[in-house]
Ligand binder design. Structure first.
Ligand code: 3PG
Length: 210
C-alpha cells in the first residue's frame, strides 16, 4: 500500500537532495524547486541546519513536500517529524529508525542495496526502498535483477544518478522516483543562484520521460 505522500513523490518522479548550511536559504531554495516544477525536497541532516531548514521550508513554502534525509538515528527522525517532515529517508537499512517510523505511522524510505536489506524492509511491511548508492551498486543492471524476486518493491535510486542516466532508471518497472544532488548543484546553492536552480530543474523535468 502506497501512501499519499509517497504517491506524490512517484508522481513527481524526482527527489532533490538538499544540503544547506544557512537556514536563510531554505525558503528561496524551496521556492526555486517549486518554480522549476519539482515540488519535493529531501532535506538532509548532513549539516547542523537540517532541522531548522525542514521547519522553515515546511512553514513558508507550503507547496513543497518536505522530507528528511541522511537520518541515522531515532532522535533525528523525531526532530524531523516535529519540525514538519512528511517522510524520512535513510541511507542504509537502519532498523531503529525504520521501526520507529512504522510504529508512528510515518512514511519512511529506507536505504537498501541487497536482497537482505529489502527483505528486512518487507518484514516491516514496507514496499518502497531507497537504492543507494545506486551507480556504485550496479545501477540499472542490479535493479533489473531485483525486479524478479521483488516485483512488488518500488525503488528510489540515488547516488550517481544524473540528468544523463535518469531516464534509464525511470523506465524501469520497479523505479518509482529517482533522487540526487544533480537537481540542486552545490555550486549554485553556495552562490545562492536560485533562478539558475529553477532553470536546472526545468531542464531536468523537460528531459524526463513523460
Ligand atoms: C544521497 O544521500 O541520496 C546521495 O548522497 C545522493 O547522491 P548524489 O550526490 O550522487 O546525487
Amino acid at each position: 500500500m502506497i501512501s499519499k505522500n509517497i504517491q506524490k513523490i512517484f508522481d513527481i518522479g524526482l527527489v532533490p537532495l538538499i544540503v544547506l548550511d544557512d537556514v536563510e536559504d531554505a525558503v528561496p531554495l524551496g521556492k526555486a524547486l517549486v518554480a522549476g516544477g519539482i515540488p519535493v525536497a529531501e532535506v538532509t541532516f548532513r549539516t547542523e541546519a537540517g532541522g531548522a531548514v525542514i521547519e522553515k521550508m515546511t512553514q513558508e513554502v507550503p507547496e513543497i513536500l518536505v522530507g528528511a534525509g541522511t537520518v541515522h538515528d531515532v532522535e533525528h527522525a523525531k526532530e524531523a517529524v516535529e519540525k514538519g517532515a512528511k517522510f524520512i529517508v535513510t541511507p542504509g537499512f537502519n532498523l531503529d529508525v525504520v521501526k520507529w517510523c512504522v510504529d508512528n505511522n510515518i512514511d519512511v524510505i529506507p536505504g537498501t542495496v541487497a536482497p537482505s536489506d529489502i527483505e528486512a524492509a518487507m518484514n516491516l511491511g514496507l514496499s518502497v526502498c531507497k537504492f543507494f548508492p545506486a551507480e556504485a551498486y550496479g545501477g540499472v543492471k542490479t535493479l533489473k535483477a531485483l525486479a524478479g524476486p521483488y516485483a512488488d518493491i518500488k525503488f528510489m535510486p540515488t547516488g550517481g544518478v544524473s540528468e544523463n542516466n535518469m531516464n534509464e532508471y525511470l523506465t524501469l518497472s520497479n523505479v518509482g522516483a529517482i533522487g540526487g544532488s544533480f537537481m540542486t548543484p552545490s555550486k549554485l546553492v553556495k552562490e545562492k543562484k536560485w533562478n539558475e536552480i529553477t532553470e536546472v530543474c526545468k531542464a531536468i523535468v523537460k528531459k524526463m520521460l513523460g
